[in-house]
Write a protein that binds this ligand. Structure first.
Ligand code: KIV
Ligand code: ZN
Length: 512
């Protein structure tokens, strides 16, 4: 069999320079329900620039004053990426590009019979004249022009070549082929791009939608066959089911073809998060490259492989895209994976203790839950704690508040067998009691309450309060504490003491 590397060298027609044209701020913003403020557009454009895309399509200036303003502001930042604006083939739209001080326009007109008859109500010759008029006008005003025949992939072949030929004669610098409805397949893409590359000298760009989940595959095939530029969006957002995704394209070019686009891939995950946060379009966990599960492993065989050598089950390292690896502990996890996780935290359980933790994880898994590292540490420490003496025991609690007096708590603790008592004030009784506890344990440990969750377990005035806390010490060790009580102050104090006791055990017995 022929080596894949030989095939790549001999049969693929990949161009020396592949331009990445990002349209997150234009097609991406056309995602139903998405609208970005000027400031948000600036944040995303800056990150795209730092990542290293060649071109950023920042919007459609003719559509509103705000769009002109944001395009102008982004242009004024002097970024390395070329700033592009979208325009219909109308003089007014090109004027809006000039008003925004841009020097690169992406201008388009619908060319398929459906677009001509039902949208534009123009015959073929009028469509050509309109396109040529706009390209010439833009060139006369010093713009670099990228021309798109919208719905190109449903346009009659002869007419498609005719209009692109005319656009080239009018001065177009880039010819973009939109697969507006995402109807291409990989083999059709190969046929189309081969035809274009044989006919045109002008650089060819592709703008592929993802209606059948093929946008990235089709874009790769286009590049394999000589396309010079790809339109992409961060997280693949865009009209309907979106566009070719930036992260998928860049990483598959790198991983499968060893093509380095000169971009900083380590910025991808945070770029994806920023776009997800600002657009409100969250990624599914199984989204390639940037999804939560892209580098997560649970099943015993996979975790074992990953622990021995991460390349066994990861095509690229999470660090390469600024993501991180997660070992999920659940019903598919093997004993070895859990042992190695505990080792990572320097927790040494005997066989009996380990078996209890292991079966607890399995039964949580059977009830549909997986656990994270903090929860594993907490389960393990619970086992250790139950085998040892509890360092701190609550011996007494008195509370007073009201009538203009600050809430005060008097707390008595037995700390390693010695009873100590103090009173403290706080913004409320729980805060006062926690201040008193902090005061009493000062010499033993410095504790920070990181998370406090209160839930009423049952209804009514005699409801049980369940408190769950996460505390940390100055070494960065973390522990959880939990308590259920009818008295919310008592539940809070016992939960905090539970977590402090675990931290003290960690500290004193070199557990961690
Ligand atoms: O999908 C499309 O056809 C477009 C055009 C504006 C190029 O986004
Ligand atoms: Zn589009």
């Amino acid at each position: 069999m022929q080596e894949i590397e030989t095939f790549k060298k001999e049969y693929l027609k990949i161009s020396d320079k592949i331009y990445i044209f990002d349209t997150t701020l234009r097609d991406g913003e056309q995602t139903p329900g998405v609208a970005l403020t000027i400031d948000e557009k600036i944040q995303i454009a800056t990150k795209l620039n730092n990542f290293g895309v060649d071109k950023i399509e920042v919007g459609f200036p003719a559509s509103s004053k705000g769009e002109i303003e944001s395009a102008k502001k982004i242009k004024s930042l002097g970024l390395d990426s070329t700033i592009v604006g979208l325009a219909r083939t109308l003089k007014g739209d090109i004027d809006a590009i000039l008003d925004a001080d841009l020097d690169y326009v992406h201008t388009f007109i619908g060319t398929s019979q459906l677009h001509r008859d039902y949208k534009l109500k123009m015959d073929k010759q009028t469509v050509i004249q309109t396109a040529v008029g706009a390209v010439e006008y833009a060139k006369d005003h010093g713009l670099t022009v990228e021309f798109s025949a919208e719905d190109a992939t449903r346009t009659e072949g002869d007419f498609l070549f005719e209009i692109y030929d005319e656009a080239v004669s009018a001065g177009a610098d880039f010819l973009d082929i939109p697969d507006t409805l995402g109807i291409l397949t990989p083999s059709l893409t190969k046929f189309l791009i081969t035809d274009f590359k044989n006919h045109f000298k002008t650089p060819i760009s592709v703008h592929f939608h993802n209606d059948f989940g093929l946008a990235t595959a089709n874009t790769l095939i286009a590049i394999e066959n000589g396309a010079n530029q790809a339109h992409v969006t961060v997280n693949g957002i865009g009209e309907r089911t979106g566009n070719c995704s930036l992260e998928e394209l860049v990483l598959s070019l790198k991983a499968a073809y060893n093509i380095d686009l000169g971009v900083d891939t380590t910025r991808l995950y945070s770029l994806s998060k920023l776009v997800g946060r600002l657009t409100g379009v969250k990624m599914p966990v199984n989204k390639p490259i940037v999804g939560d599960n892209a580098f997560a492993h649970e099943s015993g065989i996979h975790v074992q492989g990953i622990l021995n050598n991460s390349s066994t089950y990861e095509p690229i390292s999470p660090e390469m895209v600024g993501h991180s690896r997660r070992i999920i502990l659940g019903k598919h996890t093997g004993a070895n994976a859990i042992k190695s996780k505990l080792k990572e935290y320097h927790i040494d359980l005997n066989d009996e203790q380990f078996n209890k933790v292991f079966s607890e994880i399995k039964s949580l898994g059977d009830s549909g839950k997986s656990i994270n590292d903090d929860e594993l540490v907490s389960l393990a420490i619970n086992e250790l704690v139950s085998a040892r003496e509890t360092p701190i025991v609550l011996k007494g609690l008195g509370l007073s508040s009201g009538n203009g007096v600050s809430p005060t708590a008097t707390v008595r603790l037995e700390i390693y067998g010695v009873e100590k008592e103090t009173a403290s004030i706080g913004v409320g009784p729980i805060d006062a009691a926690l201040n008193a506890i902090r005061d009493l344990i000062k010499g033993e440990i410095d504790v920070n309450l990181e998370e406090y969750n209160l839930e009423a377990v049952t209804g009514g005035t005699d409801a049980l309060a369940e408190v769950f806390v996460i505390s940390s010490d100055s070494q960065g060790n973390k522990s959880t504490g939990r308590s259920t009580n009818q008295d919310v102050v008592m539940a809070s104090i016992l939960a905090v003491l539970d977590s402090i006791n675990k931290l003290l055990l960690i500290k004193n017995s070199n557990l961690i």
